[in-house]
Design a protein around this ligand. Structure first.
Ligand code: SAM
Length: 293
């Protein structure tokens, strides 16, 4: 397996930016800021680019303010990755590095690399890991480079989820695990995203949500073995109903006219209720992982 070297460099936003802005450029290897008129943008633009460019900061702030809210979801996908202390893993469509933060919180190694289609989203993260802008379906990494590869809460945005999964498997090393996790098709959460979130955001939300069988199919196309698949009724847990409203408002970037009452009603429709651990919001997800053949 090829070696990955990292360099820590100077601290601070400027240093972080210069390491993050690594354009996908096979064979050139140089890193420089990506300009809006750069023809290379074509290969990294995706349907929701402007949405995530605009609201990545808010999304990451919600995750930072309430780091435990999505803990069950993070634990579920991390368990599929079977990480150990020496694992070198990649988080694809990483956003602001939320999953890497959760790995660290669980005593696991953070992701060695993060990539996402949105540069502002990558930069909004609290954890610094090396990152680059890349479309999930065209990863700028050599074959079999990583011990594990994850993709959380993003496949419903992928134009071609089969191609994305082929890429996840391609860059996963022998015996490693590639894992996908996303909102389950037909679930309350999928209806909430394409309903309430669609209506209450400037950009709308038109996610493509799939069945567990679809997910298994996507993760087989690249040649896979030892597949593990599960559909879980995850709970997002906030300290109180009030916190849930704040979290949802930030995470999804609702238009300012959205009232707290409207969010509370939408949460009730999702099946949210006080529970032993706090204010619980059911969020049904499915997780599939496999090793490359
Ligand atoms: C809902 S966020 C999830 C972020 C992170 N994985 C998490 O769980 O917090 C979806 C992420 O997918 C990224 N994304 C969407 N479509 C993409 C694509 N085709 N290629 C790469 N990234 C994409 C977005 O920029 C965004 O960061």
């Amino acid at each position: 397996m090829p070696r990955i070297s990292t360099h820590s460099g100077a601290s601070g936003r400027r240093a972080a930016s210069s390491r993050f802005i690594s354009r996908f450029s096979p064979g050139r290897g140089s890193a420089y800021p990506l300009r809006a008129d750069d023809p290379a943008r074509e290969i990294i633009l995706f349907e929701y680019q402007s949405l995530f460019d605009q609201r990545g900061g808010q999304y990451s702030r919600a995750n930072r303010l309430y780091p435990e809210a999505r803990a069950e979801e993070a634990s579920a996908i991390l368990s599929h990755l079977a990480l150990s202390s020496g694992s070198v893993w990649l988080d694809v469509s990483a956003g602001g590095g939320y999953l890497s933060e959760r790995a660290r919180a669980q005593g696991l190694p953070p992701a060695r690399f993060a990539c996402d289609g949105s540069l502002p989203f990558l930069l909004s993260g609290g954890t610094f890991v090396r990152g680059c802008v890349a479309a999930a379906g065209l990863l700028p990494f050599p074959t079999r480079l990583f011990g594990a590869v994850s993709c959380l809460a993003a496949l419903h945005h992928a134009e071609d989820p089969g191609a994305a999964c082929r890429e996840l498997l391609r860059v996963t090393g022998d015996g490693g695990r590639a894992a996908i996790g996303d909102v389950a098709g037909g679930s309350e959460a999928s209806r909430f995203l394409n309903g309430f979130v669609d209506r209450q955001t400037e950009s709308g939300h038109h996610g493509r949500f799939y069945s567990l069988e679809d997910f298994e199919g996507f993760l087989s196309t690249g040649g896979a073995r030892d597949r593990r698949a599960e559909r879980l009724r995850i709970q997002w847990i906030l300290p109180s109903r009030r916190d849930a409203v704040v979290f949802f408002r930030d995470l999804f970037g609702f238009v300012p006219e959205t009232t707290d009452l409207e969010i509370e009603l939408a949460l009730a429709e999702l099946g949210a209720a006080e529970g032993p651990a706090g204010f619980q919001i059911p969020w049904t997800m499915q997780f599939v992982s496999a090793s490359p053949d």
